[in-house]
Design a protein around this ligand. Structure first.
Ligand SMILES: Cc1ncc(COP(=O)(O)O)c(C=O)c1O
Length: 342
């Protein structure tokens, strides 16, 4: 995109949001201490709140979910162990193979359906028989939402029961767990009631500048606490960021429904154009234009100041705190004007 074009709206990710004036005031006013010494009152309050909210024994604040996922996997797996994971899940594809590179824990990918769901049967089949030739299958890694698609509570419970039956621990990457809870209309605690550990992002739909929480049983979180230090995630007066997360929990959870409505508005607008592949779930829209128009459409949107990920063959659009219904409509209008002229 030409640098001269002013950005009208940024739909690349819900990570692009900037702290609101209210959140900045909360950051400035935070009571802080050295969190490596366990002395940051705002971090401690946030961890207590998240443990309570998610129905878990303990919670630990991390700079990012990549690190909380890594610490979680390594808290469950020893070097040489294996974990089962969906083939398109974030830990497998977008976290730099940290579990293998840094912890010697190898993924065993299994298929998902179009909505990102695993089946209990596939999980059971993936568990290795005890044999000197095999790694020990130790963990099942779930995700919710998966590329926007909420995974129902019954499915998570079913997969978790299967994992237990096979003596596996369960970790759930809930970077967008609050989006899933909003779409399913259930408390977040219900979705993760049977998993051992779950990561939850505060820096995506909830709009904090940084931060993820690992929640789980006391023993897993105690192991993750040491791992966080090993991974360089021990932070100091990070209560300023915890205050942003507190603010996000107070002010930005209920409004996630608006993001989902804006995503639906975009998807409905796209569906009025013949020949487009359109999928929408929670705050994500996936647009597959005819291959011959892909490049020109991407250039047209960029020229209109509308940012999205123009991946091939399918582009990704994400709604969030910093885009409103008017900007969502502007995206629809721009796509319509493109297809009116080709
Ligand atoms: C599903 C999922 N899990 C984990 C992460 C990692 O989060 P972070 O950017 O905080 O490391 C992301 C980031 O986009 C994500 O989408």
């Amino acid at each position: 995109m030409s640098e001269q074009v002013p950005t009208l709206a940024d739909f690349r990710s819900d990570t692009v949001t900037k702290a609101t004036p209210g959140m900045r005031a909360a950051i400035a006013a935070a009571d802080v201490g050295d969190d490596v010494y366990g002395e940051d009152p705002t971090v401690n309050a946030l961890q207590d709140r998240m443990a309570h909210l998610t129905g878990k024994e303990a919670a630990l604040f991390f700079p990012a979910a990549t690190q909380s996922n890594l610490a979680a996997v390594l808290s469950h797996c020893q070097r040489g162990d294996e974990y089962i994971i969906g083939r398109n899940y974030h830990i497998l594809i977008n976290e730099v193979s940290g579990t293998a590179a840094l912890g010697g824990a190898a993924p065993w990918p299994i298929e998902t359906d179009e909505g990102g769901s695993l089946t209990a049967e596939a999980v059971r089949e993936a568990v290795k028989e005890p044999d000197q030739h095999h790694p020990v299958t130790r963990l099942l890694c779930l995700e919710n939402t998966v590329h926007g698609s909420p995974q129902p509570v019954d499915l998570i419970d079913d997969l978790t029961a299967t994992a237990r039956d096979c003596s596996l621990s369960v970790h759930l990457d809930g970077a967008r767990l609050f989006n899933a809870a909003t779409a399913l209309n259930v408390p977040v605690a219900d979705i993760i009631r049977n998993v051992d550990t779950a990561s939850i992002c505060l820096s995506k739909g909830l709009g904090a500048p940084m931060g993820a929480m690992l929640v789980g049983d006391g023993d897993s979180i105690a192991r993750a606490f040491r791992l966080r230090k090993m991974l360089g995630g021990g932070m100091r007066q990070v209560g300023h960021m915890a205050a942003a997360c507190m603010y996000a929990l107070d002010h930005h959870v209920d409004r996630l429904a608006e993001d989902h409505e804006n995503a639906a508005l975009i998807a409905d607008g796209f569906r009025r154009i013949d020949g487009l592949g359109v999928r929408q779930a929670t705050n994500m829209v996936w647009l597959t234009p005819p291959a011959e128009h892909h490049g020109a459409l991407a250039a047209h949107l960029a020229a209109d100041g509308l940012l999205l990920w123009p991946w091939k063959p399918t582009m990704r659009i994400v709604t969030h705190l910093d885009v409103d219904a008017g900007q969502a409509q502007a995206l629809v209008d721009s796509v319509h004007s493109f297809f009116n002229q080709v």
